[in-house]
Design a protein around this ligand. Structure first.
Ligand code: SF4
Ligand code: SF4
Length: 348
């Protein structure tokens, strides 16, 4: 375990930035997002939740696959490789670290999405324990331990007040650590004891959160029975604006559309994020298989709570980050859905 004083962070950022693209939680106009660091940026490592998750680094919002040109009636095609340099992503909370694993289950299974793989392999992920979880966090319900060193992080870090403790967990993490060794000292026995106290504090705080008592086991019934609870799905979908905010901010949502952009004699094929909440999602030549907002909203939550776990050994496609609870303009969120499906009479 290594220790770095917070006063050394600006130098550390500079050193990492010399060799990698460095992404940090950066505040602009009071909004916190993972952005490319440069000198003078306002880094905020205190607030736990960024507005959007860091999924755009492995699954960009838009990405071109192919360019085509028609010159003198001769068509030429150019395959576009995945772009981007090696990067370090620091300050990823354990829920978002887990979301990368859930995305891996989709994009790295056969046939592997080579664009996603390139972005994933280029990244070094450094997690940060959640010293101050937000009121709308409920990661523990989905098996995320916000105090721990999460599986999937190349380095795990914790905020110790005037310093950070770093624990390397992979070869990539070790290599990075060796390149910045000059800024670190070895952690002492006392630091390790303080870290255990800090982890206990985090666990206590998580227990006190308003959504800490969500019980997924209360959702009873077969897939078909849950699907058929139309009264519940209608109740939520009547309020839904189909804005897609929940999908775009969610770290585990991964739907995309494939589109062609065509100019007079050239064009591109690209993919871009899409949302199953949108009325033209999965629109095909014969029409759309889901014709109402009820069907679309039901699809989103059936996927997260029923279909994904059925296909992935019981793991849910939600990490309890709380972004949907925080940002849906009409206050629809997965917590209310879980409670309703579990038989609770919560008000929308
Ligand atoms: S953020 Fe809310 S209103 Fe917008 S699509 Fe999602 S559930 Fe519907
Ligand atoms: S469904 Fe909501 S709480 Fe769950 S991972 Fe997505 S945004 Fe976070």
């Amino acid at each position: 375990m290594k220790k770095i004083l917070k006063t050394k962070l600006p130098e550390l950022w500079q050193k990492i930035d010399a060799d990698f693209d460095l992404f940090l939680p950066i505040e602009k106009n009071k909004t916190l997002n993972f952005s490319l660091w440069k000198e003078g940026e306002k880094v905020n490592l205190d607030r736990v939740r960024t507005n959007a998750s860091p999924k755009h680094l492995v699954f960009p919002q838009t990405e071109t696959y192919l360019k085509f040109k028609n010159e003198n009636k001769k068509l030429s095609l150019e395959v576009v490789e995945a772009e981007g340099d090696e990067y370090v992503l620091f300050g990823v909370r354990p829920c978002d670290v887990k979301s990368f694993k859930l995305l891996d289950n989709i994009f790295l299974r056969d046939p592997v999405d080579t664009y996603y793989k390139v972005h994933r392999d280029r990244g070094i992920i450094i997690s940060l324990g959640c010293s101050n979880p937000e009121d709308t966090c409920f990661c523990t319900s989905f098996g995320v331990e916000a105090a721990s060193a999460p599986e999937g992080a190349d380095i795990a870090a914790w905020d110790m007040g005037d310093s950070f403790l770093w624990k390397t967990q992979s070869e990539k993490g070790q290599k990075l650590m060796e390149s910045v060794e000059e800024f670190f000292t070895d952690a002492h026995e006392k630091d390790l004891k303080t870290l255990e106290h800090e982890k206990d504090n985090i666990r206590e705080k998580l227990k006190e959160l308003p959504f800490s008592n969500i019980d997924l086991s209360k959702i009873k019934g077969t897939q078909q029975e849950i699907f058929d609870q139309e009264e519940i799905w209608n109740e939520f979908s009547e309020k839904c604006l189909a804005c897609g905010t929940c999908s775009y901010l969610c770290p585990t949502c991964h739907c995309y559309d494939l589109c062609d952009y065509k100019g007079s004699n050239k064009g591109e094929k690209f993919r871009c994020w899409d949302s199953c909440m949108s009325s033209d999602f999965t629109l095909m030549a014969h029409g759309n298989p889901r014709t109402s907002q009820m069907q679309r909203l039901r699809q989103r939550f059936m996927h997260k709570l029923v279909y994904y776990p059925k296909n992935h050994e019981g793991v849910y496609s939600c990490v309890g980050c709380g972004r949907c609870a925080d940002r849906c303009p009409v206050h629809i969120d997965i917590v209310k859905i879980i409670k309703k499906l579990g038989g609770e009479k919560n008000e929308l």
